[in-house]
Design a protein. Structure first.
Lengths: 337, 410
């Protein structure tokens, strides 16, 4: 089976989708000739022509608004916002338009768009190239939110997103594009070449939306994670020797509650980790759901480890990032409870 | 399907891509001195043609010609040359520092030094710039200490911004330099608001807004033009057209508008284009526009026609999207060489003295760099404390952040 990095898998997902369906179009800032600043669309313009893969003016509300119009016509746009931090001008289009087209027209118009955006830190991008805004999307009724953690899932989830009849926000942890990252920033970078999930079929397949997966089975505590934090959680479990069950949520909306509840009922403990800021983060939703559904099975309070409630700093990036040290401390504390 | 004409989508493309021969024959360059110089209270309707021309002062022989010449003395021009050379050497040293791993990121000005350096000389103390990431000449020409800029770039323990910001995202209120944001166009309309405030308070200060060609596509650019036009805000609306927005040529943002300056016409703004590689022309036009603002006549849109010789940032390789030779084919030349040739022509300068000054400037910048590096670089030596990360989110730290800081153990 071919091996791919996560960015190659994402590119392959668009390639396969464009090949199968003439209605799939791809556009965004620098995505045409250049192939995207992270190379996510490299080669697509040459292969499918410039009316199916093209550069957009620097105007994010324009990119999303135009995609909505195209979807209303019947196309399946998969657009790129260069960094998730640049999506705010498009927020009106996403939250009040894309999310509600089906509802307000009673299905007369629908909005099958996919909005890709690199998310998260770990590349010294400072406060405007590092944000994790997933909670700003999960709070919006009508949007679906996907965060892959590896090449195999990224391709299958992106194809599923493009084929989905409703809008999908597809958040790509940029630190994972070229290799898995467990939070040990001072160690040599690793590539996807040696990782089992770097094996990616060249052809079409889907990873369905709304399905979490147990990444590491365990009995002592459940760790709910997505994106980069899945790797941090896995590494921390190994390093601390705490038999944690690590769940990769993959899709935040719709959420696979069954997998979460089954695991927490088994382990009796739940740690929620994300890179986004703590307050009103998606972890708050997860913690609330776990206590609603698993209260009588819990042996300790649900704990969250997240980014501090500050803008993402530049120099203090690794003080900010909820790495293995912080996750490990939380795991040990929980086990003592 | 109806029997109507089959439609097709127009997607603009630059004339040339890598492997092709650079061609700027589609960029009409008017002769230096050929554009008239109206009074600042001219009716904008009478100078609509300015949005399609280019105001130029220095001709090919290095002579300053036409009605826009003469806004600066030879001494002031010497100073301007020095500022541009400082900026260029500063850039080359910091670019190298980034490659050496002393910082994470850098953005240089190569080829665009005249725009911010000359513009700064048209401002007065108290005026406020809302710059993008490619106007460090405003700081250099404004006398801001280079060491402070380097401290910020290195995110070291003397960084005035405490390591919080991406390199080159300076902030210097006392030098008329608003804090730079990493996202685009947001500050263009803020400059208009600042100018409106100055007018509300019957102050004498003016504002300058800055944006690149690509970012004029953002909605905030148009918001700024509406507000500036409606309230006749005392602001100079600068558009630096350096031809490339990362890999995207200027035609994608410009669309069917003949020029970026022409965007202003629909808003009734006097809209001028100027040779951005001509220090004298930039200064003369900046002074004209600043005077309009200062005399409460209103805003002016100025497009600086220039060329980004280097990469967008240390994160891209321009040879992937444009011919390598393109910068040499750029018809407006190099701003430093053009001003140097002018100063030699008027007899105040020589090649020898120029070489000598180059060496002096290099020494000055290297000395500043050594001083900054004594405070540390991104990955070694002194660094801002983790405590700094929690400060400054609010004027007073709320309880939840105090708890988090405590949890972090700092």
């Amino acid at each position: 089976m071919p091996r791919m990095t996560m960015i190659e898998a994402i590119r392959s997902a668009m390639d396969v989708s464009m090949e199968r369906d003439d209605d799939v179009v791809v556009f965004g800032e620098d995505v045409g000739y250049f192939g995207g600043v992270f190379r996510g669309t490299q080669g697509l313009q040459q292969k499918y022509g410039k009316t199916r893969c093209f550069d957009a003016p620097i105007n994010e509300s324009g990119i999303v608004g135009a995609a909505i119009g195209m979807a209303a016509y019947g196309l399946k746009p998969c657009v790129e916002i260069q960094f998730a931090d640049y999506m705010y001008p498009a927020y009106d289009q996403l939250t009040q338009e894309a999310a509600r087209l089906r509802y307000r027209s009673n299905g007369d118009f629908t909005c099958g768009i996919t909005v890709r955006m690199p998310t998260g830190g770990g590349i010294f991008g400072g406060q405007t190239h590092s944000q994790s805004p997933e909670a700003l999307f999960t709070h919006v009724c009508g949007l679906q939110v996907v965060v892959p953690s590896n090449p195999y899932d990224a391709k299958g989830l992106l194809i599923a997103s493009i084929e989905n009849p409703d809008p999908v926000i597809f958040l790509e942890p940029k630190r994972l594009y070229n290799g898995p990252f467990d939070g040990h920033h001072d160690r040599p970078v690793t590539s996807w070449a040696g990782h089992p999930l770097g094996e990616v079929p060249a052809e079409h397949y889907v990873v369905p939306l709304g399905k979490a997966v147990v990444r590491r089975p365990g009995s002592a505590v459940t760790v709910l994670a997505y994106g980069t934090m899945v790797h941090v959680a896995e590494a921390t479990a190994e390093e601390t020797g705490i038999d944690a069950e690590v769940i990769d949520l993959r899709t935040l909306m719709p959420l696979d509650l069954d997998t979460i509840v089954t695991s927490v009922k088994k382990t009796g403990r739940c740690l929620v980790v994300h890179e986004a800021t703590l307050t009103s983060g998606f972890g708050a939703e997860l913690a609330a759901l776990v206590q609603e559904h698993c209260f009588y099975h819990l042996e300790a309070p649900v704990i969250r480890v997240a980014g501090w409630d500050t803008p993402y700093p530049h120099a203090q990036e690794w003080d900010y990032f909820p790495g293995p040290a912080r996750v490990g401390r939380a795991l040990r504390d929980m086990m003592e409870t | 399907m109806t029997d109507g004409q089959r439609l097709s989508l127009h997607v603009p493309e630059p004339e040339v891509r890598p492997g092709g021969k650079p061609d700027f024959s589609n960029v009409p360059i008017p002769k230096a001195g050929s554009v008239r110089r109206p009074e600042v209270d001219v009716d904008p309707k009478e100078i609509r043609d300015f949005a399609y021309s280019i105001i130029r002062v220095l001709d090919r022989e290095g002579e300053a010609v036409g009605p826009w010449a003469g806004s600066l003395t030879p001494e002031e021009l010497m100073e301007g040359l020095k500022h541009m050379m400082l900026l260029r050497v500063f850039d080359s040293r910091m670019l190298m520092a980034q490659r050496q791993g002393k910082t994470s990121f850098y953005m240089q000005h190569l080829g665009e030094e005249a725009v911010s350096c000359a513009f700064r000389k048209a401002l007065l103390p108290g005026d406020m710039n809302f710059p993008t990431y490619r106007q460090a000449g405003l700081l250099i020409a404004g006398g801001y200490p280079m060491v402070e800029m380097m401290n910020q770039i290195y995110s070291n323990d003397a960084d005035p911004l405490k390591g919080r910001q991406l390199p080159i995202m300076y902030s210097a209120k006392d030098y008329g330099f608003f804090t730079i944001s990493g996202n685009l166009a947001t500050q263009y309309v803020q400059a208009v608001g600042w100018a409106m405030a100055s007018a509300i308070k019957n102050d004498t200060k003016i504002a300058a807004a800055w944006i690149g060609d690509g970012s004029t596509a953002e909605s905030d650019f148009h918001s700024a033009l509406v507000f500036a036009s409606t309230y006749r805000a005392p602001v100079v609306l600068n558009v630096v057209n350096n031809q490339w927005a990362i890999s995207t040529f200027q035609g994608v943002a410009r669309g069917g508008s003949g020029t970026f300056a022409a965007r202003g016409l629909g808003y009734g703004l006097p809209s001028l284009r100027v040779d951005g590689n001509d220090y004298l022309a930039v200064h003369a036009v900046a002074k004209w526009a600043a005077e309009r603002a200062r005399r409460n006549i209103g805003p002016t849109l100025v497009e600086y026609v220039t060329y980004r010789v280097g990469a967008h940032s240390t994160s891209d390789d321009p040879s992937a999207y444009r011919p390598k030779e393109e910068s040499e084919a750029w018809p407006l030349g190099d701003p430093v060489i053009r001003l140097k040739n002018h100063l030699i022509r008027i007899g105040t300068w020589s090649e020898e003295r120029h070489k000598q000054m180059e060496a002096e400037i290099r020494d000055t910048v290297v000395a500043a760099q050594k001083e900054a590096e004594r405070h540390g670089t991104l990955h070694s030596g002194g660094r801002p404390s983790m405590r700094d990360m929690f400060e400054g989110v609010y004027a007073e730290m709320p309880p939840h952040l105090k708890r988090q800081r405590q949890q972090a153990g700092v």
